[in-house]
Design a protein around this ligand. Structure first.
Ligand code: DGP
Length: 119
């Protein structure tokens, strides 16, 4: 389930270069092109879903979030803490319409506005 016009499908398939952090048969994690934090990694399912509410099967949803801990370990933020963000739709400023999990960390963050992942 790949979309020809989807940049994250192409990254997952290795057709567009990215700095990969982790991959398995279900997901690919790679560094965000415009990092907002010292650690800013995106995790995407290999299959295309527009967003988190796009009927992702439970098994694939589990694999997507299972990868969060693996990325946190690989990026060294499990102990210090990190934030997980899944922007969904226009109000949340989702800009790439292939579901992706942001893993953000590596510095102290604000606790005021949950929509602002910046320090
Ligand atoms: P969102 O606003 O949640 O849709 O975030 C999309 C993120 O994807 C944004 O932080 C920048 C990142 N991004 C967009 N295009 C590319 C790309 O071609 N490569 C990589 N590595 N990241 C990208």
């Amino acid at each position: 389930m790949q979309r020809d016009d989807c940049i994250f499908c192409k990254i997952a398939a290795g057709e567009i270069p990215s700095t990969k952090v982790y991959e398995d048969d279900a997901v690919v994690a790679f560094e965000d092109l415009s990092p907002m934090m010292p650690v800013h990694t995106l995790i995407v399912p290999r299959n295309h879903y527009d967003n988190i509410a796009d009927g992702i099967p439970v098994e694939e949803m589990g694999r997507l979030f299972e990868a969060v801990g693996k990325v946190a370990d690989l990026k060294g933020v499990r102990e210090s803490g990190f934030r997980v963000v899944v922007n969904t739709g226009d109000d949340a400023c989702q800009s790439v319409h292939h579901v992706h999990v942001h893993v953000l960390g590596g510095a102290q963050m604000n606790d005021g506005d949950p929509s602002l992942p910046q320090a």
